[in-house]
Design a protein around this ligand. Structure first.
Ligand code: PMP
Length: 359
């Protein structure tokens, strides 16, 4: 018995150490996890009431066509219902897209570092990876365009990019799209789109009218605070959506998730508060980083990517872990999820200590 050869080179996804593991290993009472870019403010308070009152029965399958949520999202975005495909988080949509489009005789172009699931599933399908290093932490779109050939089936743009928080602006995105041949699907992963407050962040929905080879991905996991429900969606041309529907599992989003998403979408005030609080906390981080010679990329997400001169990312990660703070280490830096005010202040104190010890 043997799984596909390429699976042997991969590791299962492990979302860092758990709070319980760190507690035991370091004999600590309090652990703070700022590692998965979740919403520290939770979700709309209306969600709890809706999920306890609006589900008709747990014994029946959910609405496989996601009818009500589809209507709500379509109205919210100003698109048609047949332009939407729903998934159990964007993780599932990424897998669905790759399963539908990549095979051993194709290639896929993406940035390095970016969201690791694109790479992971492309390897499982044995497609050729064309990873283009970030330039100053940003997508190198010129080089990405150069990497496209007639075997390219998907190009990934993560905007804002996880883990760096950097973004591709309106004119850069449009220029890139105009260069991509129509046989290539451009997947624009906008998991953190709501957090992007900068003026020239692209208005992506109108681009769908011009580019049939564009698929935009959004999720309820981040600014809407519903990561535990697992629900996200793609927006694209009806013909593409119809083809992708074939690869979708029946009933892939639960009744609870659909109800939660409908309710969350109605409480835009909650999302706006989340976005404002995140922007305010990020500003405080920047001031702190500037003062302590910690390098960072200005972020359009709910996380920030940092480096401390003289320390490796593993050393920064480890110093924080020993004090009960779980963040995420990447080869070129550490990604910290922006938490609540008191968490951020406490973390800044600890980072200041780490910098002082190093100097
Ligand atoms: N894309 C990006 C860029 C992400 O950071 C994440 C989650 N961390 C996802 C997609 C997957 O999100 P979800 O499955 O929770 O919708």
């Amino acid at each position: 018995m043997q799984v596909k050869q390429q699976l042997l080179s991969l590791k299962p996804y492990i979302p860092g150490k758990t709070t319980e593991e760190v507690k035991r290993e370091y004999q600590l009472d309090k652990i703070v996890k700022l590692a998965s870019n979740e919403n520290p403010y939770g979700c709309s308070p209306n969600v709890l009431e809706a999920i306890s009152t609006k589900i008709p029965s747990f014994a029946i399958y959910p609405d496989g066509g996601t009818t009500e949520l589809r209507e709500k999202v379509a109205t919210h975005l100003g698109v048609n219902g047949d332009q939407l495909i729903f998934s159990s988080g964007l993780d599932e949509l990424i897998q669905m897209l790759i399963r539908a489009m990549l095979s051993p005789d194709t290639n896929t172009v993406m940035a390095k570092e970016t969201f690791p699931q694109y790479r992971h599933h492309a390897i499982i399908e044995n497609a050729e990876l064309r990873e283009v290093p970030l330039k100053d932490g940003r997508h190198d779109l010129e080089e990405m365009a150069r990497q496209i050939d007639d075997k390219t089936n998907i190009v990934w743009i993560c905007n804002p990019n996880n883990p760096t928080g950097t973004y591709v602006n309106q004119s850069e995105l449009e220029e890139f799209l105009s260069k991509v041949p129509s046989h290539v699907l451009v997947v624009l992963d906008e998991a953190y789109f709501e957090y992007a407050t900068i003026e020239d962040y692209p208005k992506t929905i109108p681009l769908l009218n011009k580019y049939e080879n564009l698929l935009i991905m959004r999720t309820f996991s981040k600014a809407f605070g519903l990561a535990g429900f697992r629900i996200g969606y793609g927006i694209g041309a009806p013909t593409l959506i119809k083809q992708l529907e074939v690869a979708r599992l029946p009933f892939n989003t639960s009744a609870l998730a659909q109800t939660a998403a409908i309710t969350a979408l109605e409480d835009i005030e909650f999302v706006e508060k989340t976005i404002a609080a995140n922007a305010k906390e990020l500003e405080k981080y920047y001031q702190f980083f500037d003062k302590h010679q910690i390098s960072y990329y200005p972020s359009q997400g709910n996380f920030v990517f940092i480096n401390i001169p003289g320390l490796s990312s593993d050393e920064i990660f480890q110093s924080l872990l020993e004090k009960g703070w779980i963040v995420r280490a990447f080869p070129n830096g550490v990604r910290i999820t922006v938490g609540k005010e008191d968490e951020n202040e406490e973390l800044m104190k600890i980072l200041a200590e780490i910098v002082t010890v190093k100097l």
